[in-house]
Design a protein around this ligand. Structure first.
Ligand code: TRP
Length: 460
């Protein structure tokens, strides 16, 4: 029941609609902007292999665990923990998720705002062959009024979709747009791998050099897997809460994971050949890298200048849309919390929480050149946006996922979780493997990584 309207809680229209919406949440800037950046910084191919292992053995089981908790309780993360473990501290895991959602949304919207501005820049042919794409990026991200303005515009779009609710808002948008994104990315990948110098990029991406692997590379891979799959803060608990008891959770989790991972791999296939073609180093250039590199690839598509204009505009529109279907899930978590737990109307919740995320995002919008001390935080060394990303987009998600796997594996229990999975047809394919992964592999791997990190911090 929705306490504000007295209506029954919304559900997805079909299993396919749910898979697309969850894939829409997962697929976003994390895949196209984040994955190639992190992979580039961590050695390319070796990172890719560790990432795939992290997705299969840690990400996928946590995804299923979140969906199970969501469908079982039919509630937001705070409500879900309250329902399954009344009067315990577990509710704080849900609370941390709600907070983390707002924090991630705040800087996510800033980056997505750059994407919006690039739609218009591409359309008017800004990225011709002579354009200095690095200078253009510096101008877009470094101008305070523009950066805040586009951040505002993107947040307004996010609020608009969330106001529409689950079926008429989120579902309606993702169903059409995700397939188009896939086709366009595939076309760009074909273009990228046929560039001169592409072979070097492919070698970097597919030929592992394990001497580059250490604890922080593994942490980066696991962190990237959680961020990319939208795990660790209850987004999949929330989306799972709108799944009908007739639908199958195991295959849904598998589809979402597979879609998300293929898009990330595809993005690498676009970025690395292009980087090497342009004679640039992977892993340098920070948050602007993808914007700088992609625009030069896009603008090289013949016939000049129309190929560049058409593909550039199309690409940034789709990237903006991919970001929108993700940011919507970030706002949906605190919104569903306010609706379920505080009795707010959806309208009030989405507007107020979206406004908070907008305000929180302002320092991030000023952190790429507009304000010097935010661009290079004293004592931290990185910019404010990257700092928030590390704190909430990495640590908070990793800790959240650890607690979720401990909760489902040991507290609420794999037995009870299994019963929820079997609700639809009595079956739980790979149920034993999942139970083993969620009880042992996920918590141990995550804890080992956290310890390794603390160890490193104190130089012991
Ligand atoms: N997964 C999205 C991306 O790759 C971002 C995102 C949306 C997210 N919802 C989330 C990340 C929840 C962590 C948690 O761009």
């Amino acid at each position: 029941m929705d306490p504000a309207t007295g209506q029954p809680r919304d559900t997805w229209g079909s299993k396919a609609a749910f898979i697309l919406a969850a894939a829409g949440s997962a697929i976003g800037l994390g895949n196209i902007w984040g994955f190639p950046t992190v992979a580039g910084q961590n050695g390319g191919a070796a990172f890719l292999l560790i990432y795939l292992a992290a997705v299969a053995f840690i990400g996928a089981p946590v995804m299923l665990a979140e969906l199970i908790v969501g469908r079982k309780t039919g509630l937001n993360p705070v409500g879900a923990f309250k329902a399954l473990a009344p009067r315990t501290a577990w509710v704080f895991v849900g609370g941390l998720g709600v907070l983390t959602g707002l924090a991630i949304l705040s800087f996510y919207s800033v980056i997505a705002g750059w994407t919006l501005s690039y739609i218009f820049k591409s359309a008017i042919g800004t990225f011709g062959p002579e354009a200095d794409t690095a200078a253009i990026f510096a101008e877009v991200a470094g101008n305070p009024i523009r950066a805040i303005g586009w951040h505002f515009a993107f947040m307004a779009l996010t609020i608009y979709v969330v106001l529409g609710g689950v079926r008429d808002g989120i579902e309606r948008w993702t169903k059409v747009l995700m397939p188009v994104l896939f086709v366009l990315l595939a076309a760009l990948a074909v273009r990228a791998v046929t560039l001169s110098g592409a072979a070097e990029g492919l070698e970097f991406y597919f030929k592992p050099d394990f001497s580059k692997v250490n604890g922080s590379v593994v942490l980066a891979a696991i962190g990237q897997a959680f961020f990319s799959l939208s795990l660790g803060m209850g987004a999949m608990i929330t989306y799972g809460s709108y799944v009908s008891k007739r639908d199958d959770l195991v295959s849904s989790a598998a589809w979402v994971t597979a879609f998300d991972t293929s898009i990330a791999i595809l993005a690498g296939l676009i970025i690395f050949p292009t980087l090497f073609h342009a004679g640039l180093e992977p892993g340098v250039g920070g948050p602007g890298m993808v914007f700088v590199v992609l625009t030069s690839l896009l603008s090289s598509i013949p016939p000049a200048p129309w190929g560049g204009i058409v593909f550039g505009t199309g690409f940034f529109m789709l990237l903006g849309i991919a970001a929108l279907t993700s940011s919507v899930s970030l706002l949906e978590v605190p919104t569903s919390w306010a609706v379920d737990e505080r009795g707010w109307s959806r309208k009030r919740a989405a507007l107020l929480l979206g406004a908070i995320a907008f305000l929180l995002g302002i320092p991030s919008a000023l952190a790429n050149g507009a304000v010097p001390w935010l661009t290079s935080l004293p004592g931290v060394g990185t910019d404010f946006l990257s700092f928030l990303f590390t704190l909430f987009g990495q640590y908070s998600l990793v800790i959240g996922a650890l607690l979720i796997s401990l909760f489902v594996g040991w507290v609420w229990g794999v037995q009870a979780a299994g019963e929820e999975v079997r609700e639809n047809d009595g079956k739980f394919p790979l149920g034993r493997l999942w139970a083993f992964l969620i009880r042992f592999i996920c918590p141990i791997a995550i804890m080992a990584i956290l310890l390794n990190l603390v160890w490193g911090l104190f130089g012991a």
